[in-house]
Design a protein around this ligand. Structure first.
Ligand SMILES: [Zn+2]
Length: 246
C-alpha cells in the first residue's frame, strides 16, 4: 500500500478526492493526498477532510508519513475504510510556505555561488525562516549584500523545475553531493530533484513555487553567531523586494 503523493507531482493542487484505505485510532490513510506531511524543514499542511457528501468534516490536526503511507490525524470520529473523501489544504498557509521554501533555496544557491559557503541546517515557518551556514565573517555590509543578491535573483525570475533521477545519476552530480544527498536512505532508488535553473540544485521532497518572482522579496531580519564558523540568518518574506536597483 502506498499513498499517491499529489504534492510531489503538482505542488499547486490544493484539493483532491480520495478513498480511505486504513484507519488507526484518529489517524486515516488515503490512496492519494494533497497534504504535505512535513519534513526537510517545511511544516506540515493544515486543512480539512470531508465525507458523506460533505455532511461530515474533520480538521487535519497532525500529519505523519510512515514508509510510503501518509497518515492524517483528524479531530473527530473517522470515516470508514472505503469511504470517499475530499481533502482540502489551507492554501494560503501552503503557498506562503512554498514561497518561503523557495526563498531558502535562492539563499542557499547564492551563498554557495557567490561565497562558496555551505548550508548546515534550516527551518521554515509560513512567512519567515532561518538557515545556518558554515562561515566565519558575517558583518553588516555582507548581510546587506546577501540580501540584495537574493532579491536580485527573485526579480530575475529563474524558472524552477522538479524531476526525478535514478540514484546513481543523482549521486554523480557534484552540486548534489555537497548537500545532504548522502543522508538519503539506501532503499531510495529515485531521487526527487528541485532545480532553480542556473542557481541551485537540491534533492528535496518539499513544495516550491514555479518561478522565483513568486517569492516576492526577502529581508534579512536577524543574524546570530552559532559558533566560530556557524552563522544563522533569519529571513522574512516580503510581497516585493525592498531594495532599489542600482
Ligand atoms: Zn526545497
Amino acid at each position: 500500500m502506498k499513498t499517491n503523493l499529489l504534492y510531489h507531482t503538482n505542488s499547486f493542487t490544493y484539493e483532491c478526492t480520495a478513498t480511505v484505505v486504513a484507519v488507526k485510532g484518529d489517524e486515516i490513510a488515503l490512496d492519494a493526498t494533497v497534504f504535505y506531511p512535513g519534513g526537510g524543514g517545511q511544516m506540515a499542511d493544515r486543512g480539512t477532510i470531508s465525507w458523506d457528501e460533505q455532511n461530515e468534516q474533520a480538521n487535519v490536526i497532525a500529519m505523519n508519513k510512515r514508509n510510503d503511507i501518509v497518515w492524517h490525524t483528524i479531530d473527530c470520529a473517522p470515516p470508514a475504510i472505503g469511504a470517499q473523501v475530499v481533502g482540502s489544504i489551507d492554501w494560503d498557509f501552503r503557498y506562503q510556505m512554498m514561497r518561503t521554501h523557495t526563498a531558502l533555496h535562492i539563499l542557499c544557491g547564492i551563498m554557495w555561488k557567490e561565497l562558496g559557503v555551505q548550508v548546515t541546517g534550516g527551518q521554515m515557518y509560513p512567512d519567515h525562516a532561518r538557515m545556518d551556514f558554515s562561515m566565519e565573517n558575517l558583518d553588516r555590509e555582507r548581510i546587506a549584500t546577501i540580501e540584495r543578491w537574493v532579491n536580485e535573483a527573485i526579480v530575475a525570475d529563474y524558472p524552477i523545475s522538479v524531476y526525478t533521477l535514478p540514484r546513481e545519476k543523482a549521486f554523480a552530480i557534484p552540486d548534489l553531493v555537497r548537500t545532504r544527498i548522502n543522508l538519503l536512505p539506501p532503499q531510495i532508488e529515485e531521487v526527487r530533484i528541485v532545480e532553480i535553473v542556473g542557481l541551485d540544485l537540491q534533492a528535496d521532497g518539499g513544495t516550491h513555487v514555479k518561478h522565483t518572482k513568486e517569492v516576492g522579496g526577502i529581508k534579512i531580519t536577524r543574524t546570530e553567531n552559532k559558533g566560530r564558523i556557524n552563522k544563522r540568518l533569519e529571513i522574512m518574506l516580503l510581497d516585493s523586494p525592498e531594495y532599489t536597483q542600482s
